[in-house]
Design a binder for this molecule. Structure first.
Ligand code: DCP
Ligand code: MG
Length: 449
């Protein structure tokens, strides 16, 4: 079992809160379930995703035995077949994986009620309040690993730290079957030697810009002065600097209280430029849709918020015919709601919020979405998770010079970062109108940034 304790000397790092956060992520999830259920597959290169090596489509996941050959998620099946001709190709059994995912969640919830599922096979847990009952973070991590192994028959990797970011990086470091503990006070030292690509919010572009300053590792980034980072990267600069030093105030929020997911953007200079406004709405919609997918929920209502140069704020809301977690329908609705309201005004702030959230079957292979489109979106999500929100974006956004990620509106009263934000009542009541059927989504406007 991979296990590592970070034994760097204490670095000075002030945190007012003594939290213990775990990030847990099942190993080679879909493939591991198949190997569990069919012992003859154990120790073999198993590739889950579609019909076989000569089929269209992509790999959902590969067992660690298949990864040795270079096979990985989102790779075309044909490529996987060429790399690993002896691979055992299996179709995706979404219903089974959803069921197993729920069993694992039930185990996790025995250790704390504060469980935030992030995807079908990973979750954050805040176990601060459980330590008296179950022991320290490491002890709880071990107990979770044993329980998941004994009761569900799968291995799960665990990261233990004081912040979500550090816990997530830690859980990935010794996969499979890892347990990595980062003791309080050693966050910055733990992060320092890692490449900056591991940091949330640092995409390929930012990495290239940072390399101009000789930044390769998270430690190099942490050493840059804040004012330089802010000058070069704006508000985001200070944020990634903090993250590089292990500072991250994001809290573990259960999914249930999240009634809406919203992103907002304040323009540096108030704008009446239609192109600028529409691009912003697209970027905001994209961010919201990504968060919906991360949380495994679909939204049935879209709200736009518009503040003009005189600080007059309105919101307009519309219910969609069909719940969605995709950018297209959210953007189109936001655009239709905003267009009549922005005409002839100088706009200071725009917001897009999705509400009426319902749990999706994580593998919406079963939904009415086009499964091909769904695969593209999932592959994008994977890149986004690995390299930050701006690693993949639409052509229309690439041409723009919008800051990323979008900042929240400082005047919004309830600010709980990305999740768990109560639906603010519309400033001026807006009737709920029936949304139109979403148009087919154009696939070819995505390009890597
Ligand atoms: N998945 C998918 N398509 C992707 C990425 C993932 O269908 N592009 C599915 C299959 C994975 C599951 O989601 O088994 C969980 O994703 P992870 O990224 O956690 O990958 P694994 O659990 O397979 O492997 P790891 O051990 O790296 O966590
Ligand atoms: Mg996993």
């Amino acid at each position: 079992m991979g296990r590592r304790r970070c034994d760097h000397p204490e670095v000075s790092f002030e945190s007012p809160i003594d939290r213990t956060i775990l990030h847990v992520d099942l190993d080679a999830f879909f493939a591991a379930v198949e190997q569990r259920d069919r012992p003859e597959l154990r120790g073999k290169p198993v590739i889950v995703g579609g019909g076989g090596p000569n089929q269209r489509g992509v790999v959902s996941t590969a067992s660690y035995e298949a990864r040795v050959f270079g096979v990985h998620s989102a790779m075309p099946l044909r490529t996987a077949g060429a790399l690993c001709p002896h691979g055992i190709f299996l179709p995706v059994d979404g219903r089974k994986y959803s069921r197993v995912s729920k069993e694992v969640l039930a185990v996790l919830r025995r250790f704390t009620p504060l469980v935030q599922p992030i995807s079908i096979d990973e979750a954050f847990l805040d176990v601060t309040g459980s330590r008296k009952l179950f022991g320290d973070g490491e002890t709880i991590g071990r107990a979770i690993k044993s329980a998941v192994s004994d009761e569900v028959g799968l291995t799960i990797s665990v990261g233990v730290a004081r912040t979500k970011l550090v816990a997530k990086i830690a859980s990935d470091l010794r996969k499979p079957d890892g347990l990595v503990v980062v003791p309080p006070g050693t966050e910055a030292a733990f992060l320092a030697p890692l490449p900056i690509a591991r940091l949330w919010g640092v995409g390929a572009k930012s990495a290239a810009m940072l390399s101009e300053y000789g930044v390769r590792t998270i430690g190099d980034l942490a050493a840059l002065p804040d004012d330089l980072l802010e000058r070069r990267f704006g508000k985001v600069g200070a944020m990634i600097g903090d993250r590089a030093r292990g500072l991250d105030a994001d809290t573990v929020s259960e999914r249930d209280p999240a009634k809406s997911i919203g992103h907002e953007h304040t323009f540096d200079v108030d704008s009446s430029d239609r192109e600028v406004i529409e691009r912003s709405l697209l970027g905001l919609s994209e961010g919201v849709a990504g968060r919906l997918r991360d949380s495994g929920v679909k939204a049935s209502t879209v709200t736009v918020k518009i503040r003009d140069s005189s600080f007059h704020t309105i919101t307009r809301q519309r219910r969609l015919k069909e719940p969605t977690d995709l950018t297209g329908p959210i953007f189109r609705t936001a655009l239709e709601l905003a267009r009549p309201e922005v005409r002839g005004k100088k706009i200071r702030l725009l917001g897009v919020t999705a509400s009426g959230l319902g749990e999706t079957d994580q593998l919406s292979l079963f939904g009415s979405d086009d499964p091909r489109r769904r695969r593209v979106v999932e592959a994008e999500d994977l890149v986004r998770h690995r390299y930050g929100d701006r690693a993949i974006t639409r052509a229309r956004l690439v041409r723009s010079r919008l800051p990323a990620p979008f900042e929240r509106d400082p005047m919004t009263p309830v600010d709980m970062r990305t999740h768990a934000r109560d639906d603010a009542p519309p400033a001026s009541p807006a009737p709920l109108e029936a949304g139109e059927e979403p148009d087919p989504i154009v696939d070819d406007d995505e390009v890597p940034a």
